[in-house]
Design a protein around this ligand. Structure first.
Ligand code: TYM
Length: 332
């Protein structure tokens, strides 16, 4: 079976709706067709200041949420990045293949240092995309299911893979991003031209899946729309309404067109109220399941241990090829 691989950072207590619709939902949907590897990117999580105790907690919470989202440890390999040392080791090789200017031009680095300046950012924030390239290339996946915001990282991954292949010897398969148009970018409910993001300025703009569902329902009902009344899909002129339609469509499977028909002549209140109900119906069992799983941390740890074993077996083999090809003398 062709392989898929993807990762999520454990940088908040809860996944948000963008993570779920843009990524983890696809992971669950792909696991039957593909040999699947999904990991929690804890190494990436320390590129910004963090609290160690919280990081540990968030890794378990992330694992529980992946399971609640339908990623099944029987059908997928689920692991923590730090349990597979080859990621950091191959990451170093990728850093040495990357130009300083090339790294600095990555839009995420530019965005994240725009306010504070480069001097206070960690070097890890700069080299983050090279670690991500290593994460991916080690497994030689065909597809990497992610949201639109990861596209540039995937392009760099392909560039570095290609560069390594041509400089040394063909070693890597060049992976393709797997980005579903409909859910590639879920927008902030308060600022519907910005993506929904953990670092968003206002907490009312993001739906955190482990929040009290009543709070999430309220956020939907108070989502920013526009001063017209007509419900229609028009991302340019009606970003708020269009975002709600996309979310509604993704959660129910109803097409955006059919929703537009359904709400013809009705106000935004009707759309928001119904979407709030749809969300609550979906998120309540997701949340219950997550908390239930968190009551059994040893079982979660076992799943992660088994996943790491499978991941290490593959990653170590690729790392041996990488080390050999760059000219490291193998240990006796
Ligand atoms: P992270 O943790 O920021 O996000 C996890 C996934 O959620 C997607 N996503 C969104 N999709 C649609 N709309 C949104 N508003 C939205 N916000 C987030 C992201 O695109 C991502 O797919 N660098 C990665 C983690 C990573 C990784 C990897 C991914 C590390 N190594 C190797 C793939 C392969 C990140 O920070 O994702």
């Amino acid at each position: 079976r062709p392989r898929v691989l993807s990762g999520i950072q454990p940088t908040s207590d809860s996944m948000h709706l963008g993570n779920y619709l843009g990524a983890t939902r696809q992971w669950a949907a792909m696991q039957d067709e593909f040999d699947s590897f999904f990991f929690i990117a804890d190494l990436h999580a320390i590129t910004v200041p963090h609290d160690p105790k919280q990081l540990r907690e968030r890794c378990r919470r992330s694992a529980a949420q992946l399971l609640a989202a339908g990623v099944d440890p029987e059908r997928s390999t689920i692991f923590l990045q730090s349990h597979v040392p080859a990621h950091a080791q191959a990451g170093w090789v990728m850093q040495c293949l990357t130009g300083f200017g090339e790294a600095r031009r990555m839009t995420q680095f530019k965005d994240k240092t725009a306010k504070q300046g480069e001097n206070t950012a960690s070097v890890g924030l700069l080299t983050y995309p090279m670690l991500m390239a290593a994460d991916i290339l080690l497994y030689r996946p065909q597809y990497v299911p992610v949201g639109e915001d990861q596209r540039q990282h995937l392009e760099l991954t392909r560039d570095l893979g290609q560069r390594f292949n041509s400089r040394y010897k063909k070693t890597f398969r060049l992976p393709e991003p797997y980005i579903l148009k409909e859910t590639a970018k879920i927008f902030d409910l308060q600022e519907p031209t910005a993506k929904m993001s953990k670092s968003s300025s206002s907490p009312t703009g993001i739906i955190e899946l482990l929040d009290d569902p009543k709070v999430s329902a309220k956020k939907i009902r108070s989502a920013v729309t526009d001063s017209e009344t007509e419900i229609r899909f028009d991302e340019e002129n009606k970003p708020g309404v269009s975002n709600l339609l996309r979310i509604y469509s993704a959660l129910t499977g109803d097409s955006v067109d059919s929703l537009v028909d359904k709400y013809a002549g009705q106000g935004y209140g009707a759309l928001k109220g119904d979407l709030a109900d749809v969300l609550v119906d979906w998120v309540t069992p997701f949340r219950d399941r997550t908390f239930e799983l968190l009551e059994h941390p040893t079982e979660l740890d076992q799943i992660l241990r088994a996943g790491a074993e499978r991941a290490n077996a593959i990653a170590d083999r690729t790392l041996a090829d990488i080390y050999d090809r760059v000219g490291f003398v193998p240990p006796l």
